[in-house]
Write a protein that binds this ligand. Structure first.
Ligand SMILES: *Cc1c(COP(=O)(O)O)cnc(C)c1O
Length: 381
C-alpha cells in the first residue's frame, strides 16, 4: 500500500544527516531538533502552537484533557473512522456519541451532528477522513451556536487545505479549537517510528497542554494537574524536519496518482471515485484540496470481498478502511444507538476498497492496478 523504502532512498542524505546531528549531540529527549521541527511545522500550517507528542492517539487524548472535559461529557464523532478517535473518548470516561457520515465525502454528516447534540454535549471530533477536509465552516458554526469545542482529528489530513465559504484558505488542523495529528510511518508526513502532535491557536490551551504532555509539570517537580508522559523523540523529529519541506511535493504526487486512477475509473457504472478533486481538474502544483491519505472507491453491484481476494491473488495490495462500523464494535456498542441512524456507514463498510496510494506510484503500477480492478469488475458484475 505504501513504498517507504523508495521514498527514503530519494532523501536518504538529508534524513541521515539530520539523524546524525541528534546522535552526535546525544540530545535524545526534547533536543533542539524537536523545537526546530515544531517551529517549522507551526510556520507551514499557519498555526500558533504545535506541541509534539508520542503518537496520534495520545495527541487526541491530550487535546481532550487540555480542554478539561469531564466524565459524562458527551463527545460527538464519526462511526466511520479508525478506532483511536473513539477509544480516547471512552478512556477518559467521556461519553462517545457516534454519528453517520456523508455518502459522498465519507466525512461527518453535519445534520447528524445537529441531531445528536444534547445539553451534555461538550465537543465534536471531525476526522478529515482519507485526507479530505470535513465541512469545517458548518461545523464551526454549530460549535459557536451550541458553545462546543472542536477537536480536529487531522491524522489523515496533514497538508490539506480547507477553502472557507468566503474564499479564504486555512490548513486543516488550524481551524478548530485544537487538533491532533499522527506521524505514524504510513501517514502523509510519517517518521520512522511513532510520533504525533497537537495544534492550537489558543495560548492558554497550548500552555496547559505543554504541561500535560510532561507529567502535568509547569515548574520542575511541581505537578499541578494529572498529566502523561508523551514525547516526540529527537530522532523522530530529525526525520520529520528533513521530510517536512517535501510534504507538498508528496501530497501533489498523491493527488496526481489519484487523478490517474480517477481517469481510469471515470463514468464506470459500478464505481464511484473519491470526491474532492472537482475544483482542480488539471495537474496543478499549488492546489491543496485533498491529500489522499487513502484512495478509496465506493463500489456498486460488485462483490467487494471477492475483488479484495482477487487483488491479493494477483499480489496487488489493497485495504478495506473500515470493515466494521465503530457502533458495532464490541467495545463501543451502546443501547441508545439506532441502526437507522447509520445507514451510510453500514453500507460503506461493505462497498469501499482502498487502492495503493503513496508518493512513489508510477504510471506502470497505476495501469496494472486499474486494469486488474476493471477486468475483474467487468467480468463479475
Ligand atoms: C492513525 C490515526 C490515528 C492514530 O494515530 P497513531 O499515531 O497511530 O496513534 C488517529 N486517528 C486517525 C483518523 C488515524 O488515521
Amino acid at each position: 500500500m505504501v513504498d517507504l523504502q523508495g521514498q527514503y532512498a530519494k532523501i536518504k542524505d538529508v534524513v541521515d544527516a539530520s539523524m546524525e546531528e541528534v546522535m552526535n549531540s546525544a540530545a535524545f529527549i526534547n533536543g533542539p531538533k524537536v523545537h526546530q521541527f515544531q517551529k517549522n511545522l507551526e510556520d507551514y500550517l499557519g498555526v500558533k502552537h504545535v506541541i509534539p507528542c508520542a503518537n496520534g492517539t495520545d495527541a487526541l487524548q491530550i487535546a481532550m484533557m487540555g480542554l478539561g472535559l469531564k466524565p459524562g461529557d458527551e463527545v460527538i464523532t464519526v462511526d466511520f473512522t479508525f478506532a483511536a478517535t473513539v477509544e480516547v473518548i471512552a478512556l477518559l470516561q467521556l461519553t462517545p456519541v457516534l454519528v453517520d457520515v456523508d455518502p459522498v465525502t465519507f466525512n461527518i454528516d453535519v445534520a447528524a451532528i445537529e441531531k445528536a447534540i444534547t445539553p451534555k454535549t461538550k465537543a465534536i471530533v471531525p476526522v478529515h477522513l482519507f485526507g479530505l477536509a470535513a465541512d469545517m465552516d458548518a461545523i464551526m458554526h454549530l460549535a459557536k451556536a451550541h458553545n462546543l469545542y472542536i477537536i480536529e482529528d487531522n491524522a489523515q489530513g496533514i497538508g490539506s487545505g480547507y477553502t472557507h465559504k468566503d474564499g479564504t484558505k486555512t490548513k486543516t488542523g488550524a481551524i478548530g479549537h485544537v487538533a491532533s495529528t499522527s506521524f505514524f510511518p504510513s501517514k502523509n508526513l510519517g517518521c520512522y517510528g511513532d510520533g504525533g502532535a497537537i495544534f492550537t491557536n489558543d495560548d492558554d490551551l497550548a500552555h496547559t497542554i505543554r504541561g500535560i504532555v510532561n507529567h502535568g509539570m509547569y515548574k520542575r517537580y511541581h505537578h499541578d494537574v494529572v498529566g502523561v508522559n508523551s514525547r516526540l523523540d529527537s530522532i523522530q523529529a530529525a526525520v520529520l524536519d528533513a521530510k517536512l519541506p517535501h510534504l507538498d511535493t508528496y501530497n501533489n504526487a498523491r493527488r496526481n496518482a489519484a487523478r490517474k486512477y480517477n481517469d481510469a475509473f471515470k463514468n464506470h457504472p459500478n464505481i464511484t471515485t473519491p470526491s474532492g478533486l472537482t475544483n482542480c481538474d488539471s495537474i496543478c502544483d499549488t492546489c491543496d484540496c485533498h491529500v489522499f491519505h487513502q484512495y478509496t472507491l465506493n463500489l456498486k453491484g460488485v462483490d467487494r470481498d471477492a475483488l479484495v481476494a482477487h487483488l491479493q491473488e494477483k499480489n496487488i495490495p489493497c485495504g478495506v478502511y473500515y470493515p466494521i462500523p465503530l457502533h458495532k464494535q464490541k467495545a463501543y456498542t451502546d443501547t441508545r444507538y439506532n441502526e437507522d441512524d447509520f445507514t451510510i456507514t453500514n453500507q460503506l463498510v461493505t462497498s469501499v476498497i482502498s487502492l495503493p496510494m503513496h508518493t512513489e506510484l508510477d504510471d506502470e503500477q497505476i495501469e496494472c492496478i486499474t486494469s486488474t480492478v476493471l477486468d475483474f469488475i467487468n467480468s463479475n458484475s
